[in-house]
Ligand binder design. Structure first.
Ligand SMILES: Cc1ncc(COP(=O)(O)O)c(C=O)c1O
Length: 376
């Protein structure tokens, strides 16, 4: 070990001591199941909510440069037109990932003298994006519009409000209608990261804003193609000149290689597939799972396909996860810094892959787990 890198080891020791150590597991995904060292587990960790993630073989050549340098594969125009209509916006732009879409959009549009109001439970990519802007960032209490209003009152700069649509670790939905009324009244710019509501909520999977019938009130949409759509990539949708500015100024768009065109074609194929049928199945499975957990005695407040079981202590959450694993269920304990300290949880994500009997079998395990860990 190099002495000059000696500071690294104590960092890892501390992470382990705090029960926050993470390691990757070698897995194979097969529909509703995941295989880990030949063990077959029901997969309750997937963001492939609609069960669309299987891929066809594509024979495209990989484009290994930026879209501005090596030319723009024609498939981008097709998916971007579809995504603009999907979000009722003038134009959209695909980024290599949703994370980069957040970094690229927010850091380009928000200027140094602006102020951003950011929900306290916003995703790490929004938080990092806010930092990149060098603007003033004021964090408001989760989904608390009174706190948002009172924080806004003290500010005279140009204002942005950034929120997720469906919160990724809590599964609750932003009070988007009220937030949009506030942004209208205060002439603020509303930025919505709808990674988990996109393709799963609203008519034709148009997302959280459509669910509230306020699609046009969103000034800047950011989303992922890697969750509900079961493909890969991220995108931004907004008015024409905003997208034009991103093409000209957004570093995570300009200075990186394009999303490979076979993935764009994959997204197009999935966009055009029978998503409605899968969305209905997701809804049915979510209701079965959520009601089942409530009937067993779990305290569930989520209203979406993301259902956290709040455990509290990191160590207990790890043990809970291991118990589920031994009993054929793959569900990750989520710990700090993804959620607050002592707010560890098992995050269950329901997908359209599941059949009724699989959900019933899983619920049986949650009965014994809940009793063992004295949660129910
Ligand atoms: C709310 C939110 N935004 C953005 C992202 C990033 O999306 P991607 O996985 O496409 O980078 C995620 C992914 O977990 C997310 O949960």
């Amino acid at each position: 070990m190099k002495p000059k890198l000696a500071f690294v080891e104590p960092l890892l020791v501390k992470i382990k001591k705090d029960n926050l150590y993470r390691k990757m597991q070698d897995v194979k995904n097969r529909g509703s199941y995941i295989y880990i060292k030949r063990k077959k587990l029901l997969n309750l960790c997937s963001n492939d909510y609609l069960g669309l993630s299987s891929i066809r073989n594509y024979s495209d050549q990989l484009q290994t440069s930026s879209r501005l340098v090596a030319g723009n594969d024609t498939s981008f125009d097709i998916i971007e037109k579809k995504l603009s209509r999907h979000k009722s916006q003038e134009r959209s732009l695909v980024f290599p990932t949703g994370y980069m879409a957040n970094l690229g959009a927010i850091s380009t549009i928000v200027r140094e003298n602006d102020v951003i109001f950011s929900d306290e439970l916003n995703h790490a990519s929004i938080i990092e994006a806010c930092r990149l802007t060098r603007a003033k960032v004021l964090v408001y209490k989760h989904n608390d519009t009174s706190d948002l209003i009172s924080k806004m009152k003290q500010e005279s700069r140009r204002k942005f409000v950034a929120t997720e649509g469906v919160f990724s670790m809590d599964g609750d939905i932003a009070n988007l209608k009220q937030i949009s009324e506030i942004t209208e009244k205060t002439d603020s710019i509303l930025v919505l990261d709808d990674a988990h509501g996109d393709f799963t909520l609203g008519a034709d999977g148009k997302g959280t804003a459509n669910h509230f019938k306020i699609s046009k009130k969103i000034d800047l949409y950011i989303s992922s193609l890697s969750k509900g759509l079961g493909s890969f990539g991220g995108y931004v949708a907004s008015q024409n000149n905003v997208i034009e500015l991103l093409i000209n100024r957004s570093k995570p768009f300009i200075y990186t290689s394009a999303l490979p065109s076979f993935l764009v074609r994959d997204a197009i194929q999935k966009f055009d597939s029978n998503r409605e049928k899968q969305q209905k199945k997701l809804q049915r499975n979510t209701n079965l799972f959520r009601n089942g957990l409530k009937n067993i005695g779990y305290d569930i407040s989520s209203v979406t396909h993301i259902i956290p079981i709040i455990i509290g202590k990191e160590k207990t959450a790890l043990e809970f996860g291991k118990y589920l694993f031994r009993n054929g269920i793959f569900a990750q304990p989520i710990r700090y810094p993804t959620v607050g300290r002592n707010k560890a949880r098992i995050r269950l994500s329901v997908t359209a892959w599941f059949e009724k009997n699989q959900i019933e079998k899983a619920l049986d395990v949650f009965v014994t787990a809940g009793k063992k860990f004295q949660i129910i």
